[in-house]
Design a protein around this ligand. Sequence first.
Ligand code: AMP
Length: 288
Amino acid sequence: MRFITSVLGMQRLAKRWRREGVEVGFVPTMGCLHEGHMSLVERARKLVGPKGRIVVSIYVNPAQFGPAEDFSKYPRELPRDTALCRAAKVDLLFAPKDHEIYPAPPDGTFGTYVVEETLSQGMEGASRPTHFRGVATIVAKLFNIVLPDTAVFGAKDFQQAAVVQGMVHDLNFPIRIVVAPTLREADGLAMSSRNRYLSPEERRQATVLWRGIQLARATTRRSQSGVSASKMRDQLVKFISDHPAARVDYIAFFDSVTLQPVDLLKPGTHMAMAVFIGRTRLIDNAKL
Ligand code: AMP
């Protein structure tokens, strides 16, 4: 497995691969890799075939964290991540340095951001105002550095995948975006690098997100005429708040293509939520 930290080094190799007709599959991550990430790697491998190359990037992107968020304490485990990627037969691990991605004076400058203005408005975008500007900017930069044919994103971050798809469509990036399913722990908790912040008691209560989704799904599937979104939200807030460590940030019901909120829940409506478990903010989503 190759290991590259320089932007120019990565871009040179990517251009060589392009000249040679090598197909590139790309999995961007913030590291602290888990089985969810590795399932994206497997998916990328299937998509580009044995002759293709798989690139994983690891970069904790400061631009997508708000000022009061967990950027400085976000877990960083490059040696372990490197071993996992090697074992998964990743061809290249790209772990760029901050000062190359966001050059700062006196040696450089950075002043251009990518802003998606439609799909990024609600949910995560409403709770974390500069988050998707940071995401779209780093993904655009990584696409221009890695030059992938295909990039795989997780449905775990459903709105993120939608924003990336919107950006790729709107700005004509010649890249196929594939969204792979959310991997879960045995008790339903969506795998996440942030799960390691949880104390054992918080970890037990963290299953409330998945149990909340299942409650909404069962209620929706039982109903003949649809379920009121506001009643379902009230019921879920009560259900979640019965867990002392849990505090709801948002619960949203929406159309899975437009991401516009809906008033009436039917099978196929999408739901997403963000819940603080103690000080850790977890997100989850699923189709009802
Ligand atoms: P992150 O490192 O958390 O920014 O995630 C990198 C990529 O992995 C994103 O496309 C995420 O949606 C995806 N991902 C994170 N957790 C999971 C999971 N449990 N299952 C599938 N994909 C995931």
